[in-house]
Write a protein that binds this ligand. Structure first.
Ligand code: CP3
Length: 354
């Protein structure tokens, strides 16, 4: 425990570490930097996604845009879960409108063994970006992130975004030792990527296991939990004051093992009410979420009522970080996000105390 920083500790950190009390509810949005913002589309013109992620000044500008515009309580580092794989030397691209595409999908022992390690020295552009950002953010905390082993493996094995993860699951159940080798390597890459961000000043980290909700609880426990746990525990050892958020989509059946993997905060999508997520995870974790992003186009009074409902539901948790249940859709009117921030700030603490 850190001595007596609580008075100046950002609301995000207080909520993440169970010290929210009757204080404010922090709010940020997954994918808050991105295509919903005209200022983002403007600065990204003519630069590919991966090029943008390697340019510290551009990363800093894009990360700051939603903080300036919406007054959110945290910045999320502008990067991508594929960036550390590219930095390690894996040939891949992020194709607009499609997502990550791997030049040579990784499906057999030879390909898995040939995967490079990520050398911390190749992350100078990350360290530079985070340092520049932390300086400009002042008191607003920066959240670093990485993809979790299963979600990274799903892109490497399928070679591109997938609906059913058939190749990934086939490898997982038919060659479990090879699968473990792949995931152990990816866990080292995620740990290195998160460590670089935390060492340079990120105040919290989020491990995105976005697509792990495609697994049964039994398969999650048998094939995945230990690898995500390795990442979360290594981070906790190296950076004990940096809280860990663990998030995936469609993970209602996995919330308990995902919380047990070593997170301080469990990210919840819109399918499970926060109070139910608290019940499923035993009540010891803070929660993050979970307004349905598909409702952002609804009339404001409807959205406002849903925001209040989310806050009331999350009040049973020792901490609540308001967010969407997944990323901001590109067609979102950004003024709606600003209104949500204002509403959470104006009414949040009171609604939580009801
Ligand atoms: O504001 C933020 O949240 C920070 C930036 C961020 C990006 N990717 C930028 C991005 C974060 C946190 C991510 C993480 C990420 N990337 C995840 C986990 C989060 C989640 O959504 O569950 C995943 C699964 C990826 C892989 C990925 N990269 C996808 C699915 C896509 C979208 C493909 C598309 O165009 O629909 C990307 C590309 C990407 N990552 C963009 C941005 C702003 C779009 C870039 C472009 O189109 O040029």
């Amino acid at each position: 425990m850190q001595p007596h920083h609580s008075a100046t500790e950002p609301a995000l950190i207080r909520a993440a570490t169970g010290k929210q009390g009757d204080g404010p509810i922090p709010v940020w949005f997954m994918r808050q930097a991105g295509r919903s913002l005209p200022e983002y589309r403007k600065v990204r013109e003519g630069t590919t996604m991966l090029q943008s992620c390697r340019d510290p000044e551009l990363v800093t500008e894009i990360t700051l845009q939603p903080v300036r515009r919406h007054g959110v309580d945290a910045a999320i580092f502008f990067s991508d879960i594929m960036v550390p794989l590219a930095a390690a030397g894996i040939d891949l691209d992020i194709v607009p409108g499609t997502g990550p595409v791997i030049a040579e999908p990784v499906r057999d022992a030879a390909a898995i063994r040939a995967l490079p390690e990520l050398e911390p020295d190749s992350l100078g552009f990350i360290t530079d970006s985070v340092s520049m950002l932390v300086e400009q953010l002042g008191p607003v905390p920066l959240i670093g992130f990485a993809g979790a082993p299963f979600t990274l493996a799903s892109y490497l094995v399928e070679g591109r975004p997938s609906r059913d993860y058939a190749h990934t699951k086939a490898l997982m159940v038919s060659e479990p030792e090879l699968w473990d080798e792949l995931c152990a390597k990816l866990a080292r890459i995620s740990t290195t990527f998160l460590s670089a961000q935390a060492a340079a000043g990120a105040r919290a980290v989020q491990l995105f296991d976005s697509w792990v909700g495609s697994l049964s609880a039994a398969d999650y426990e048998e094939f995945v939990a230990a690898h995500s746990s390795t990442v979360l525990h290594r981070l906790a050892e190296r950076f004990p004051t940096v809280p860990r958020i663990h998030f995936g989509v469609g993970t209602g059946e996995l919330l308990a093992p995902m919380a047990a993997a070593g997170a301080d905060v469990i990210g919840v999508d819109w399918r499970v009410p926060l109070a139910e997520a608290v019940r499923r995870t035993g009540g010891g974790h803070a929660v993050q979420g979970n307004l349905d992003p598909a409702l952002l186009g609804a009339p404001w009074p409807v959205i406002a009522d849903r925001v209040r409902e989310v806050i009331r539901s999350g009040a049973v948790a020792p901490g609540h970080i308001f967010n969407l249940g997944h990323g901001v859709p590109p067609q979102t009117d950004p003024t709606v996000l600003t209104r949500i921030v204002e509403l959470v700030h104006a009414e949040g603490a009171e609604l939580r105390a009801e």
